[in-house]
Design a binder for this molecule. Structure first.
Ligand SMILES: Nc1ncnc2c1ncn2[C@@H]1O[C@H](COP(=O)(O)OP(=O)(O)OP(=O)(O)O)[C@@H](O)[C@H]1O
Length: 481
């Protein structure tokens, strides 16, 4: 009874989500037609804070991370494992050979330049490849090798002789699905019998057809339609179900319920795998509904620290004075590369303009840019083509730019209630063990309120932030030594 009413609730929510979807489609042309409306939304966008951008955009952030990542994020932390059956032996592998992969797949793995399994892969791969298949919930930060791991599991489990879908993989967005698809194509390069199809909106199939591809990757809504309404896929034949980026997934209305509905169509012996970069309570609750009897693997993030950072603050009265202070600093010390954080897009745009006028080579990262544009800006900055990167918070989260020696908080990080955002402060200027180089952080304080924020940040980390007089050249020179 309880299950029935719950199922009905899911149906109702889904119908509501669908009607919201069609409403949005109808609204789009109107937006384009009305120049005043778009001018208004642009102005609103300009004043958007980093935090608002942040909420807008979890999926975009995740995509950006994928686009700019060129190698594995290594960590020295140990994985935490919680086995479904604590008495069964826990296998971990140090080489891909130990996994007894099909030769075509081993060739694919080496072809991608992987020499040995990443930290999370060491434990996750033997679990995912075990017989009988084991269910898994795995959490580790972006870039630690989750995608590569489940792609290898899917490719290992399909039977290429069977020309029907055997693995389903759901991703939160079309773009993220395409990224995973690329990994499947690369890793399966020497295994051409295995085929892939995208279940994404816009990929219209003829009614009544049955898919022959063994792997289907897509977004939850289309995947659900293909399994249920259109019957392009026979869910009873699915052997592996992967839900990727669970934390991003649950941020989108309707995705959670659609995923659960897909999961309920699958056979009992289907292997269920769920991955997430973070693991707050809501993700955990969702994960438990998707994955019965799970093994759980968690890999802690590398801790960031302020220990190797020299922190200063500069007192100013206006944004123009802050800019002047910045110029004085640039005049006194050689800064190889700096990142400057602003609270709004508007300030970031203004500051980038002023710095360019002063002759600096400036890159600007801002929330309204397309993800691909942002990725290109970051690449250029990484290559040293620009020496200063001005940004709002959202764009820079998760970006490790090793060569940045100076971080300037043109505005101090605050949350939406106006309290200090300590986590963001640490994230902007902190270094992990990996990049243990010394760094310099300069905070601009322009009001009593921001002085208060600075004091609270200081207290929180119990680390002194020294005052810097930017009118005194000698004093500035000293901080660089
Ligand atoms: N064993 C490995 N050895 C070397 N490189 C690897 C290995 N596994 C994955 N990589 C590479 O590391 C990067 C991150 O891997 P992957 O995309 O699988 O991580 P992820 O945890 O899924 O992160 P995200 O969710 O951001 O994609 C990719 O460039 C991938 O090609």
């Amino acid at each position: 009874m309880a299950t029935d009413s719950w199922a009905q609730a899911v149906d109702e929510q889904e119908a509501a989500a669908e009607s919201i979807g069609s409403l949005q489609i109808k609204e789009k042309p109107e937006e384009n037609d009305s120049s005043s409306a778009s001018a208004k939304s642009e102005a609103e966008g300009e004043n958007k804070t980093a935090e608002e951008d942040d909420n807008d955009d979890k999926a975009a952030q995740s995509l950006l991370n994928k686009l700019i990542r060129n190698n594995l994020v290594n960590t020295t932390n140990q994985v935490e494992v919680l086995q479904k059956d604590p008495n069964s032996p826990l296998y971990s592998v140090k080489s891909f050979e130990e996994l007894r992969l099909k030769p075509q797949l081993l060739q694919g793995v080496y072809g991608m330049g992987f020499n040995r399994p990443s930290k999370i892969q060491e434990t996750a791969l033997p679990m995912m490849l075990a017989e009988p298949p084991q269910n898994l919930i795995a959490q580790s930060q972006s870039g630690t090798g989750k995608t590569a791991a489940f792609v290898l599991a899917m490719l290992s489990h399909v039977d290429p002789m069977n020309r029907y879908p055997q693995c389903l993989c759901v991703s939160p967005t079309y773009e993220l699905a395409l990224q995973t698809g690329k990994v499947i194509e690369q890793m399966g390069k020497h295994y051409p019998e295995v085929q892939l199809v995208y279940a994404i909106r816009g990929n219209k199939l003829q009614r009544g057809m049955k898919l022959q591809e063994q792997i289907v990757i897509g977004t939850p809504g289309t995947m659900l339609d293909w399994c249920g309404k259109f019957k392009f896929i026979d869910p009873k034949k699915i052997r592996v179900f992967v839900l990727d980026e669970a934390d991003v997934m649950i941020a989108t209305q309707g995705h959670q319920d659609q995923s659960i509905r897909i999961q309920r169509m699958l056979p009992k012996n289907c292997q269920m795998l769920l991955f997430s970069a973070t693991f707050e309570e809501s993700v955990w609750n969702f994960a438990k509904r998707i994955v019965p009897d799970p093994n759980i693997i968690k890999l802690k993030r590398e801790e960031e620290t302020l220990d190797t950072i020299k922190q200063y603050y500069v007192l100013c009265n206006s944004r123009e004075e802050k800019f002047q202070a910045l110029c004085n600093i640039y005049g006194a010390i050689t800064i190889a590369q700096a990142m400057i954080f602003c609270h709004t897009r508007k300030t970031a745009g203004w500051l980038a303009g002023e710095l360019s006028r002063e002759g600096h080579q400036v890159a600007l990262l801002s929330g309204e840019m397309q993800v691909e544009q942002r990725a290109a800006v970051i690449e250029r900055f990484r290559d040293g083509k620009e020496k200063v990167l001005v940004t709002t918070n959202v764009c820079a989260r998760g970006i490790d730019v090793e060569q940045v020696s100076v971080v300037i908080n043109f505005d101090l990080p605050i949350d939406k209630d106006g309290n200090p955002d300590n986590e963001t402060y640490l994230h902007r200027i902190g270094r992990t063990g990996r990049f243990g180089k010394r760094g310099l952080a300069i905070n601009m304080v322009d009001s009593r309120m921001s002085m208060n924020i600075l004091n609270r940040i200081q207290q929180h980390f119990n680390k002194k932030i020294e005052k810097l007089d930017t009118d005194d050249l000698d004093e500035i020179e000293k901080i660089a030594s």
